[in-house]
Each structure stands twice: as structure tokens, then as C-alpha cells.
Write a protein that binds this ligand. Structure first.
Ligand code: NAD
Length: 504
């Protein structure tokens, strides 16, 4: 049985130069590298104790922790990107740069700039019947946040929630995916060098460790991963009454509207191909399937092939086009395509020039697959794009609404009435119009799913509040008249109540 242990090296940095009220009790001077195995429970207990010892976390502490996180990324970004590449087989540093670091550094920049404002108490107006009392909402750290990450963007999806949790004044424990062992191990090492274990700690391990991790009584548990595992996480967290944020997967539709002209198709296909093929389709918000007006299949097929050549020309295609993570994941994708082919769907593979790694799967279009096939019922998470054709827009709306609510939805076209019809009549985690993926990069927009694609959004102030207790405080005035409503109830009470009810 896998031990729920973390091999902890107990040396850690201190908040040098900080004048904040007290050092946390676990910032002990410790032997350089003792490799002492500590139980998961003990790690949690250390963070929990520290969070209760220092409930009020000053701005300076929060900013300094964010600074340390930025420094970690700045200094070790290339090494981490190489570790991610080793995990995948083929994955360019540039992809990690744009998809992990860019989003991450933008998030940290925004948190640093806004933290002071977001952590301030928020005044609220007081209704007449409670005046002259005053009221406000105090924003406090929750305490210890657990973060469970997936393998596809192993840095953005662990360090992004971490940055937000730290800005909100929390401590955090991270459980990255066991399927990215190189980057997870390096991340654990670097976090250990930059943070004391009672501030931030990375716990490595497979599903059993993950299960034990999800059973810890965190103040909040943030999970990014599949819907199936998300269900288990929600169950484990519910036993502790731990609130969760679940960032899950699903089948995100991409609609090409009839208003999209022949001249536009080249650009539209390029944007769809980019959204689908970045990280070889292993992206939670990648367009999962395409809805195309009937009769435009050949036009799209040609434009998609051109787009693949343009994104991955012979000179750079070998490394810019990522490989599928493991043989098991590749075999699953190939089985989905084979099943669709056997069922009679037309399959078009568009080879990437120079792609020679065994797991660099060719971008694949599957025209009009059976709606009940696995290809159309499971999240694809690879470079396979089913193309369904439709006659009228209401068919599109009905098809989307008959399925689980998707994480993302994409719409391409120029007809604003059709666009509004789709936006108003469908519900999804997020939307990008006339492009793909980009709503995730806009840090003023909340990012999250709905229904089967998850609950609870993060990014920006919404994310900050996800990891914050919003405590209502009412401050009574010495001139308050509340006693007029105390028992014993008599005629005076009745008169006053009558008066108040008229004012409501
Ligand atoms: P996964 O659900 O298999 O694993 C995610 C994490 O859960 C891993 O760290 C794993 O160790 C852990 N885990 C496994 N069993 C567990 C258990 N019983 N209790 C607690 N944790 C457990 O997902 P994956 O294969 O790593 O990632 C791919 C999935 O993640 C896709 O479905 C994708 O859509 C989704 N995803 C969603 C987002 C988002 O923001 N919504 C982002 C990236 C990926």
C-alpha cells in the first residue's frame, strides 16, 4: 500500500527583514536535509496550528509570499519547463511559457496590485430599521487551503490557485499529479526551498495519497481534474464539511454560425485549430466538438489542414506540437477514433510535418460520428475533433442543452442576433466569441465550470473571495432603539411593527 507520507526536508527560509507581529511557530531552524518522513496529518496539523496562531495576516506578509512565488518562477521557470517536457515526451518550453507562466505571472501581478484593496473591510449601507448601527464585511483568511492539480498544465493549475490562496492570507498544501513525476518532484523541491512547510508544502503521491489528502479537514479544498474524480473529492470533503471549488472537464462545443463567410473560414479554422491543438488537445477548455452548417464540411476540412500546416510547419512542428502524455492516454484516443470509423464516420488525419515521437498523435477530424459513441459522450482531451453538421440554429441550442453543461462554449460568426440567441439560451462555464480559450486569460473574468463541469469560479477578485471568509460585522450604536421591540409585547410593539411594515 502506498504510504501517505511526504519526505520532508525540514530546512526552510524565514521572512527576513519582515516586521510583522510574530514568526510562525513552525519556522524552526532545522537540520539542512534530514529527509524525515512526516505523515500527511502532521503536515496538515502544522499548517493548521500556524493558521490559528496567526489569524490576521498583514498585507506585507501576503505580498512577500507572492514575491517569493514570483522569484521561484523567474529563477526556475526554464528548469520547470524542461521537467514538464520530460513528463510529456514532447512539449516545448514556449508552450509552458505562454500557457503556464504567462497566465501565472499575470495572476500574481494582479494579486500584488489589488491585494491591499481586496482585503479591506467593505462598508455596506444599513437599513433604516437598524440605524444608527453601522455594518461592514470583514475579509479574513480561511486558514489552510488544499490544492489538488491535474497533469495537463501542471504549473499554472497548482501555482495559480496557490498565488490566490496566499494573497488571501492562507497557507496551502498542494498535491500535484503523479502523472507528471519530474515536474512534481522539482516543484516540491523548489517550494520547499522557498517556503517553510507550515506556509506551503507540496505532497507527492498517487491516488491513495490523493484520497488521504482529500480527506484532510481543510478550510477549503480546490480540485482541478476530471469530473469522475471530482465527485470523489466532493464526497471526501463533505465528510469534513470542507467547502470545495471543483474545476472539472467536459465537452465544450464550438459553433460556426451560418453568418461566417467563406472568406472568414481560413481565420476561423486557424483559431479553432489553435484552441484544439495547443498541448495536443490536452486542455480542459479546448473545443471538444464542432457544430458546422450543413454543406460546409469540405471548406472547413481544407481550412483546418492549412491551419495545421501554418501552426506546425516542417521547421518547428516536431517540438511545437506536444505529445500525448502516456501510451495509455494515446491508446484511449486511438480507440475512440477507431470505434467512430467502425460505426461509419469519415475520419481525416492531418499529419504534422516532422512529428516523429510515437505519441505525437496526428490532428484528426471525425465527420458526423454517432451521437451515442464514446467520442460524443466522453471528454476527448486530445487532438481529435468531431464535426457535426446542422441545419438551423435551434438544433444547435437543443443539442447543447440536451447534454451536461459544458466548461466552455465558442461561437464564430457575424450575426449578432444569432450570437445573442446562443448566449441567452445555453449555460456554460465561460464563453469566447470569435476565438477560442481566451476568456481564461482575462483575469477580470471569473473562471470555472457549471454543473458537471464544476462549481465555484476563481481568478481575480472572485478567486480571492473564494479563499476568504467574508465575515459580516454589525456595530450597534448607543442610541439604538432596539429595546422598543423587546418583550413583553404589548400595544406599543404592535403600533411600531405596523409602522415599520409600511416602510419596508
Ligand atoms: P484526474 O481527475 O485523473 O486527476 C487529478 C488529480 O486528482 C491528480 O492529482 C490525482 O492524483 C488526483 N486524484 C486521483 N484520485 C483521487 C481521489 N480519489 N481523491 C482525490 N484526488 C484524487 O485528472 P487528470 O487526468 O489529471 O486531468 C485531466 C482532467 O482534468 C480533464 O477532465 C480536464 O478537463 C480536467 N481539467 C480541468 C481544468 C479546469 O480548470 N476546469 C483544468 C485542467 C484539467
Amino acid at each position: 500500500m502506498e504510504p501517505a507520507l511526504y519526505r520532508l526536508r525540514t530546512s526552510g527560509p524565514t521572512m527576513q527583514g519582515m516586521t510583522a507581529p510574530q514568526q510562525t511557530p513552525f519556522r524552526t531552524k532545522a537540520p539542512a536535509t534530514t529527509d524525515t518522513p512526516l505523515a500527511l496529518d502532521a503536515l496538515f496539523a502544522a499548517q493548521h496550528r500556524a493558521s490559528r496562531h496567526m489569524v490576521d495576516v498583514p498585507l506585507a506578509w501576503r505580498l512577500e509570499r507572492l514575491e517569493r512565488l514570483s522569484a521561484l518562477i523567474d529563477t526556475h521557470g526554464p528548469a520547470l519547463a524542461d521537467a514538464v517536457a520530460a513528463d510529456f515526451g514532447v512539449r516545448s518550453r514556449e508552450l509552458t511559457d505562454v500557457a503556464d507562466y504567462f497566465v501565472l505571472l499575470a495572476t500574481i501581478g494582479q494579486l500584488k496590485a489589488q491585494c491591499a484593496r481586496w482585503m479591506k473591510p467593505q462598508r455596506v449601507s444599513t437599513p433604516m430599521y437598524l440605524q444608527p448601527a453601522k455594518a461592514y464585511i470583514q475579509r479574513q483568511p480561511l486558514g489552510v487551503v488544499g490544492i489538488i492539480g491535474p497533469w495537463n498544465y501542471p504549473l499554472q493549475l497548482t501555482l495559480g490557485p496557490l498565488a490566490t490562496a496566499l494573497a488571501a492570507g492562507n497557507r496551502a498544501m498542494i498535491k500535484p499529479s503523479e502523472l507528471t513525476p519530474c515536474s512534481s518532484a522539482l516543484l516540491a523541491e523548489l517550494v520547499h526551498r522557498s517556503f517553510s512547510p507550515d506556509e506551503v508544502v507540496v505532497v507527492q503521491g498517487g491516488p491513495q495519497v490523493a484520497q488521504a489528502f482529500a480527506s484532510l479537514p481543510f478550510d477549503h479544498l480546490m480540485f482541478t481534474g476530471s469530473t469522475a474524480v471530482g465527485r470523489k473529492v466532493a464526497e471526501a470533503a463533505a465528510r469534513n464539511l470542507t467547502p470545495t471549488t471543483l474545476e472539472l472537464g467536459g465537452k465544450s462545443p464550438c459553433i460556426v454560425d451560418a453568418s461566417c463567410s467563406v472568406a472568414d473560414m481560413e481565420q476561423v479554422a486557424l483559431k479553432i485549430a489553435h484552441g484544439k491543438l495547443i498541448n495536443a488537445g490536452q486542455t480542459c477548455i479546448a473545443p471538444d466538438y464542432l457544430l458546422l452548417p450543413q454543406g460546409r464540411e469540405a471548406e472547413f476540412e481544407q481550412a483546418f489542414a492549412l491551419a495545421v500546416q501554418r501552426l506546425f510547419p516542417a521547421t518547428s512542428g516536431r517540438t511545437d506540437y506536444a505529445s500525448i502524455l502516456t501510451d495509455r492516454h494515446l491508446a484511449r484516443l486511438q480507440a475512440l477514433v477507431d470505434e467512430a470509423r467502425t460505426d461509419g464516420a469519415r475520419v481525416v488525419e492531418v499529419p504534422v510535418s516532422g512529428a516523429s515521437h510515437a505519441r505525437q498523435m496526428a490532428p484528426t477530424l471525425v465527420f458526423n460520428p454517432d451521437p451515442h459513441s464514446r467520442l460524443m459522450t466522453e471528454e476527448i482531451f486530445g487532438p481529435v475533433l468531431p464535426v457535426l453538421t446542422y441545419g438551423q440554429l435551434p438544433e444547435v441550442v437543443s443539442l447543447i442543452n440536451a447534454r451536461s453543461r459544458p466548461l466552455a462554449l465558442y461561437w464564430f460568426g457575424t450575426d449578432s442576433t444569432a450570437q445573442q440567441q446562443v448566449l441567452r439560451q445555453t449555460v456554460s462555464g465561460g464563453v469566447t466569441i470569435n476565438d477560442t480559450l481566451l476568456h481564461i486569460a482575462h483575469h477580470h473574468l471569473p473562471f470555472g465550470g457549471v454543473g458537471e463541469s464544476g462549481w465555484g469560479a476563481y481568478h481575480g477578485e472572485v478567486g480571492f473571495l473564494r479563499f476568504t471568509q467574508q465575515k459580516p460585522v454589525l456595530v450597534q450604536s448607543r442610541w439604538a432603539m432596539g429595546h422598543l421591540f423587546y418583550p413583553p409585547y404589548g400595544q406599543r410593539f404592535q403600533r411600531l411593527m405596523g409602522l415599520l411594515k409600511r416602510w419596508l
